[in-house]
Ligand binder design. Structure first.
Ligand code: HEC
Length: 199
């Protein structure tokens, strides 16, 4: 399978691996790029699939059995738990966004930059937009992968433009600073964050 590069630098220019060192911000570690293996990109995509699948399954089951408000409680407790459970085998998984419900999911500067690019085009060639990099963190090179999460119908009850008053109240109790409502179908809701330290 051919891997779509999806390295993004300033100016939203997708660059192929070999060109990465040109035009990117200083944090990127060009000499670490040969270490980025196609297999990791494939695995990062699988990790994003697993996290997205597990979250959607839990939400669907809870909402069907107990209603939307119960779903908020589940999300509050279980989203971080599911992420922790899936963060096995050297991978760390999570979610971030520009407009946050939970401040625990706040983006880093690089993630923020990529989210702004993704916001303009959440889908590319029929697939959610992606970005990745290698960054030096405290002497360890870390491979980091982001994948856009476009807003879907299944998310409307809690992130859409017309949320039930009772649901809004429950959200406000848990997340007094909530900014994650008013999204229209297809808009960028956020991104999966998948990371692993390079050996
Ligand atoms: C039952 C209500 C509910 C539904 C439905 C729901 N969410 Fe959320 N969402 C939440 C809650 C609550 C949080 C905060 C979770 C936490 O504390 O980490 C959240 C957080 C997020 C985040 C992390 C960034 C942030 O704002 O904190 C993303 C991304 C996200 N949701 C996307 C989605 C998508 C995509 C869907 C549809 C597939 C969806 N949500 C459906 C309630 C919901």
């Amino acid at each position: 399978m051919s891997v779509r590069y999806a390295f993004r630098c300033i100016g939203a220019v997708p660059l192929i691996l070999g060109l990465l060192s040109a035009g990117c911000k200083g944090e990127v570690v060009p000499e670490a790029l040969p270490l980025v293996q196609d297999a990791w990109v494939t695995e990062a995509r699988q990790q994003a699939d697993r996290l997205g699948g597990a979250l959607q399954q839990t939400l669907r089951d809870t909402i069907m059995a107990q209603g939307v408000e119960a779903g908020i409680d589940v999300c509050h407790v279980e989203a971080p738990e599911i992420a922790a459970r899936l963060s096995a085998e050297g991978w760390q998984v999570g979610r971030t966004a520009l407009r946050l419900r939970s401040q625990d999911n706040a983006p880093t500067a690089w993630q923020h930059e990529q989210l702004l690019v993704m916001q303009d085009a959440p889908m590319q060639d029929g697939r959610p937009a992606e970005a990745m990099r290698v960054v030096d963190q405290g002497g360890t090179n870390v491979f980091e992968y982001l994948r856009a999460i476009p807003m879907q119908d299944a998310c409307m009850a809690c992130h859409g433009p017309a949320i039930d008053e009772s649901v809004l109240q429950t959200v406000a109790q848990r997340y007094p600073d909530d900014e994650a409502t008013g999204f229209l179908s297809g808009e960028l809701r956020g991104a999966f964050v998948i990371r692993r330290a390079l050996e």
